[in-house]
Design a protein around this ligand. Structure first.
Ligand code: UD1
Ligand code: UDP
Length: 364
């Protein structure tokens, strides 16, 4: 069968790689489609190099824009590709705008859609990713959940059991496949850091960085943490634009967005991670590194119940107090089931079995 596999933004690249490899190892023809949502070398090229991901077979070149512009541009560029290539299935990953835009085109073209990372819910409808998740699931024939909470959410929303597969976490497939190479990175040395002697932070959620008052409060909290341990902050381009308007406390070291291997190395040896990223909540759990999530909700609750994540919110004083507590009393290391390095293989098996079956479950 011919399968279009979609990637567009930073957190997509590590999710498509294990699915691509597993599908091709089983004889499927995979066309890797890049929408162009992320395009800077540090947000894009470095991941192809670090992950050994082959160049995209097709590039839609859509670039940045408002939500409507980006969704529309991806759809306009993707529709003729679907017409040209007549795929047997379209596989989308994660929760970015490219995920929803390609899922919508495929569903209306009558092509089966598979969603990798289905069923996650923050229940915060103000997050663009929550809109993308809910709608992408609704458009999908096959729903690959990374964790049992995702399965529960999908069942509660009325999806059929034969559409839902508990596949495990492809992000962790990629983490385990690259961990030895990442640990050989000289990122700590380059940044003058010693193992266990620093905190790592990332901030890019619109709710945290688009408002300068909110961003200033979060930076104040990071500045207080930096009194105990230096804080390294690889700066996402969305955040870079806002940081110029906000004063930076002492002790926070701004660095460019890190490559994948460097960033995994930085996570693995951090005393503490503070983040609003989705993927980083998962990777810290798999690595057993304490993580404070600077948000009011998470779509990844298993990282709290079976991992090292603490949902701390965005109140600076609460972040500071919780960071101090975790620095002396870190949470225990645990690992969710099926975060075992084989999720991509389970997804490929289920998808190819479905495509070979005489009748398919369809959304109703
Ligand atoms: C997007 C995803 C978010 C994901 C994040 C991962 C959506 C709605 N959001 O957010 O879920 O967590 O990617 O990093 O899909 N920019 C550059 N260079 C680039 C890419 C972006 O300068 O290579 C700048 C542009 O000014 C752009 C802004 O960043 O307007 C935001 O990019 P966009 O892709 O719209 O959203 P992200 O905040 O990156
Ligand atoms: N990441 C990276 N360099 C960075 C920040 C993150 O390589 O400077 C990786 C991280 O290890 C994870 C993925 O990017 O694999 C998470 O992407 P991001 O935080 O941009 O998006 P989200 O997961 O929040 O959608």
């Amino acid at each position: 069968p011919r399968i279009l596999l979609i990637a567009g933004a930073r957190p997509n690249f590590m999710k498509v790689k294990p699915v691509l490899d597993a599908l091709e190892n089983r004889g499927a023809e995979v066309v890797l489609v890049h929408t162009g949502q992320h395009y800077d070398a540090a947000m894009n090229d470095v991941f192809f190099a670090d992950l050994g991901l082959r160049p995209p077979d097709r590039h839609l070149g859509t670039g940045s824009g408002s939500h409507a512009e980006q969704t529309a541009r991806v759809m306009l560029a993707f529709e003729p590709l679907v017409d040209e290539l007549t795929p047997d299935a379209v596989v989308v990953v994660g929760d970015v705008t490219s995920t929803l835009a390609c899922g919508l085109v495929a569903a209306k073209a009558g092509v089966p859609v598979a969603h990798v990372e289905a069923g996650l819910r923050s229940r915060d409808w103000s997050m663009p990713e929550e809109v993308n998740r809910v709608l992408t699931d609704r458009l999908s024939d096959l729903l690959f959940a990374p964790s049992p909470d995702g399965v529960d959410n999908l069942r509660a929303e009325g999806y059929h059991d034969d559409q839902i597969h508990l596949a495990g976490n492809v992000m962790i497939d990629t983490l385990f496949a690259n961990l030895d190479r990442a640990l050989a990175s000289d990122a700590l040395h380059r940044h003058g850091l010693s193992p266990g002697g620093y905190a790592l932070a990332t901030l890019h959620r619109p709710a945290n960085v688009d408002d300068t008052g909110m961003l200033a409060g979060l930076l104040r909290a990071l500045g207080e943490v930096a009194r105990d341990v230096p804080v390294v902050l690889p700066v996402h381009p969305r955040t870079a634009a806002r940081l110029e308007q906000v004063g930076l406390p002492d002790g926070i070291r701004l660095v460019p967005p890190a490559g994948y291997l460097d960033f995994i190395a930085l996570q693995a040896s951090a005393r503490l991670v503070l983040t609003d990223s989705g993927g980083v909540q998962e990777e810290t759990t798999a690595l057993g590194v304490p993580c404070l999530t600077l948000r009011d909700s998470t779509e990844r609750p298993i990282t709290i119940t079976e991992g090292t994540n603490i949902l701390v919110g965005r109140d600076p004083d609460r972040i500071i107090a919780t960071a101090r507590r975790v620095l002396t009393d870190p949470p225990p290391k645990r690992a969710p089931a099926l975060w075992d390095g084989h999720a991509g293989e389970r997804i490929a098996d289920a998808l190819l079995a479905l495509l070979a079956a005489p009748s398919r479950p369809r959304p109703t």
